[in-house]
Design a protein around this ligand. Sequence first.
Ligand SMILES: [Cu+2]
Length: 250
Amino acid sequence: MRTSVALSLLGAAATGVAAQSQKPLPTAVAVNNNPVGLVAEAVLPGNNIKGKVVVKSGDGGVGTQFNIELSGIPEDGPFTYHIHVNPVPENGNCSATLAHLDPTERGEDPVCDKSKPETCQVGDLSGKYGAITKGQTTFSASYLDKYASLVEGTGAYFLNRSIVFHYPNKTRITCANFKITNAGPAPFRFQPTGTGISSAAPIGTNPAQTTGGAPSPSGTMPVEAGASFSTSSMTSVVAALLGGAMMLML
Ligand SMILES: [Cu+2]
């Protein structure tokens, strides 16, 4: 009797645990509006592991492409790595970067299931894509992550944060901040192409242009210059017309 009560209590407890672990994990939001052309990199200080993590907007702004190239990795791996919430301070102290980037607040437990990356901490890169295995002295990885964001002001934005590598006992071996190396095209920057100048100018045909009177510097011609350019050519057209009229009158 006492045994059966104890067993049923155990059963209830087990059911409770099972119910708790089955609670669905929050899912991260897939990012599809990353700024196209944006590139950033985190270069490791190189005291131990050397190399860098280059990130860029995925095709069409969908996801973030990570390209990682490392060397000089010590033998005592495996090493995990993550995006941490805070940047590395001037003194290089990796502990100051605090915890993993985790905008869904799913926490460390249960551990990341790489078959369901949307349920992992956004910053848990080695959880989602694999750690640096023991004995590996170089490491390269290339993957598209859908959840890390390059859109400033969003919870999963990480270019103001850091990447941190860990020893197997979780202490921090090295860390670095992300820096933007190419901001991509500015939203309203004039894009000179073969047809860009004539479409920007108010007049369809521009005589000065066809004579090559004022070569435009490649790639940097602002709209204002285009406008004044066509104004001066308008003046010359008017002067020519006036000249012609004068000739006729004489
Ligand atoms: Cu970490």
